[in-house]
Design a protein. Structure first.
Length: 131
């Protein structure tokens, strides 16, 4: 997450970069609380989709289901068939979606929602995402 706000690529964040990071965390917290309607401390698949859409991410229910499977750290999906995501995992999911969206936009020159990349470009995107 720090890399996302390290605008000068120094490997650390300065005060101004920290302020940007803090603002994002506060925004995510407000969003999470707004969609955690039952105040359980976690959000379900439907709430997660609504939260992501409120941030401007146009994601399908299928993708939200995939996110829930990945970020449901307590594996509640295995027991109940429904997944829940805590705030910490919600932030991680949001960082993942934002990072991937930013990477996608670098290649979507005509802003039509479609890109064409070669194999090496794909590998580069994946490796940078994992860093």
């Amino acid at each position: 997450m720090v890399n996302m706000f390290d605008t000068d690529n120094s490997g650390t964040i300065n005060y101004n970069e920290f302020i940007g990071l803090w603002k994002y965390i506060e925004d995510w917290k407000r969003c999470f609380q707004a969609f955690d309607v039952d105040r359980s401390g976690s959000i379900n698949e439907s709430e997660m989709g609504n939260a992501l859409r409120s941030f401007g991410f146009n994601v399908s229910p299928r993708f939200v289901h995939t996110l829930i499977q990945k970020f449901d750290r307590f594996a509640t999906m295995n027991n109940t068939g429904k997944g829940d995501v805590t705030f910490d995992n919600f932030v991680q999911a949001c960082v993942t979606v934002k990072t991937l969206t930013d990477s996608f936009k670098q290649f979507d020159n005509d802003h039509d929602g479609w890109i064409q990349i070669n194999y090496e470009q794909f590998l580069d995107l994946v490796v940078r995402q994992r860093a």
